[in-house]
Structures are given as structure tokens and as C-alpha cells.
Design a protein around this ligand. Structure first.
Ligand code: AMP
Ligand code: ZN
Length: 113
């Protein structure tokens, strides 16, 4: 999808501060962090949102969740972090390429509101 900002980051057409990069997934710092640590993890293929997860692409989501703890260990936030996925406009999704926010470096409230 050519007008997708995250596809452009993946194809290196726009810059990002990359924390992890392999064949299938990319992690980079959020442009507008809401906690001392705030990065996004995305599959390199364009999946619009959580509703689009299926049997063919579900392994990418598993890979993302296998990689998150490794990145958190590197960033020394293993003692507490939050993973957030917004699915759809009502939930606050602004970029229609599935992504998982990882937030750390502070305490969090529950419920999030
Ligand atoms: P969401 O509201 O869940 O769709 O989250 C989208 C996130 O992408 C927001 O936290 C934005 O700050 C972030 N974002 C948008 N554009 C960029 C970009 N070019 N580089 C890094 N993060 C971005
Ligand atoms: Zn995309």
C-alpha cells in the first residue's frame, strides 16, 4: 500500500529510529511518545488491523509477541511494560497498518480509559 506511512518506513522511504529489523517485522520509536519508552512493532506486510488477522498471517503476530520481550530486555524495561493495539477509529487507530505500541519506563493505570 503506497500511501501507508508504516509501509514507507518499512521500505525506508521515510526515516524512523529503528530498534529491531528482521525479515518479517520492524520495531521503531513512536514519533510522539506517551511514555519514556514508546515504540511500535509492525509486520512488514500491510495488514490493516486486528480484524485482518487470519490463518495465513497469524504467525507474524506470534513473531511480534516473541520479539517484544527481547526488545524490552535490551531497553531495560522488563520490570513492567504495556502492549497496546488500537483496532479501528473508535479505538483510536490513526494509522491503518496493524501495529503494537509498547510503552514502558513509567507506571500505568488500569483501566486505561
Ligand atoms: P494509533 O493511534 O494506534 O494508530 O497509533 C499510531 C501511532 O503512530 C501514533 O502513536 C503516532 O505517534 C505514530 N506515528 C505516526 N507516524 C509516525 C512516524 N512517521 N514515525 C513514527 N511513529 C509514527
Ligand atoms: Zn502499510
Amino acid at each position: 500500500m503506497t500511501d501507508c506511512v508504516f509501509c514507507k518506513i518499512i521500505s525506508k522511504n521515510i526515516p524512523a529510529q529503528i530498534l529491531y529489523d528482521d525479515e518479517n517485522i520492524l520495531a521503531f520509536k513512536d514519533l510522539n511518545p506517551v511514555s519514556p519508552v514508546h515504540f511500535l512493532v509492525v509486520p512488514k506486510i500491510h495488514i490493516a488491523d486486528t480484524d485482518e488477522i487470519n490463518d495465513k498471517n497469524k504467525h507474524l503476530i506470534a513473531e511480534i509477541f516473541k520479539t517484544i520481550p527481547l526488545i524490552c530486555r535490551n531497553l531495560r524495561i522488563s520490570n513492567g511494560y504495556r502492549v497496546v493495539n488500537n483496532c479501528g477509529e473508535k479505538a483510536g487507530q490513526t494509522v491503518p497498518h496493524i501495529h503494537f505500541h509498547v510503552l514502558g519506563g513509567r507506571n500505568f493505570k488500569w483501566p486505561p480509559g
